[in-house]
Design a protein around this ligand. Structure first.
Ligand code: C5P
Length: 230
């Protein structure tokens, strides 16, 4: 089956403490965002792709891919959920159907492996709802109080880290995000909007190196891994 892709890229990435949003930092001679887009643009099942970009973003128009006819530019929003919702609206206006698959992937995850993308598509192809790439918790987990003292050890056998892409039917995801945004409930990924709507998305185990660049050391690690790969 074919799919649509949505890349929310309208965050400022304050935890990176960099001079620009993290998706525009360099990795192997290009920007992180260009690598992220490449994970999708070469895929034979891709029907179309929307990137959510902040209105006053000076970096996006300078990228060569800004002129790529396959890429639609959606408006960035206040929160990530707003940015994704705007992109879904744009895809729907361009003919995407409510039953179509849409894969939402963080702009700051440039190391998505093709095997992971293909596994997600294959495992969920016949699923009525959809799901997400995720990684089982590796470390022992502690719940702490406000003073930073351990109150308990959490059973890690049922804990997963939510990664992206997250793959859902466009209509159901749009409805869930719309409801969540109206209600003001905290939404940090697409799955949490779907959970809040009463659904149980499926977890598909992915590679741990599909990490989201959040802090400066993440980018250093990835730059070194990139050099080794090439
Ligand atoms: O800040 P965080 O790493 O959780 O952001 C995840 C993704 O959501 C990033 O790709 C970021 O650019 C995007 N985002 C967005 N619009 C916002 C906030 C974040 O598109 N208002």
């Amino acid at each position: 089956p074919f799919f649509w892709a949505v890349i929310p890229a309208a965050g400022i990435g304050s935890r990176m403490r960099a001079d620009r949003p993290k998706q525009y930092l360099p990795l192997g001679g290009r920007t992180i965002l260009e690598h992220t887009l490449d994970c999708f643009l070469g895929h034979p099942q891709l029907k179309g792709l929307a990137v959510s970009v902040a209105q006053d973003d000076p970096y996006w128009p300078r990228l060569p891919c800004a002129d790529d006819g396959r890429i639609l530019r959606a408006a960035g929003g206040r929160e990530r959920a707003d940015s994704v919702f705007n992109a879904l609206q744009l895809l729907a206006a361009r003919g995407a159907d409510a039953a179509d698959w849409v894969l939402v992937h963080d702009a700051a995850r440039p190391n998505l492996a093709r095997v992971d993308l293909d596994r997600l598509l294959a495992e969920l192809a016949d699923d009525p709802l959809g799901g997400l790439l995720a990684v089982p918790a590796r470390d022992t987990l502690k719940r702490a109080d406000a003073d930073g003292r351990v109150r308990e050890t959490v059973d890690r056998s049922t804990i997963w880290q939510a990664y992206t892409p997250q793959m859902f039917r466009l209509g159901a995801l749009r409805q869930a995000l719309d409801d969540a945004l109206r209600t003001g409930v905290a939404i940090t990924d697409e799955s949490s909007a779907m959970e809040w709507a009463g659904y149980a998305p499926r977890l598909i185990e992915g590679r741990a190196d599909n990490l989201k660049i959040t802090r400066p050391e993440d980018l250093l690690w990835l730059q070194q891994a990139w050099v080794r790969k090439r």
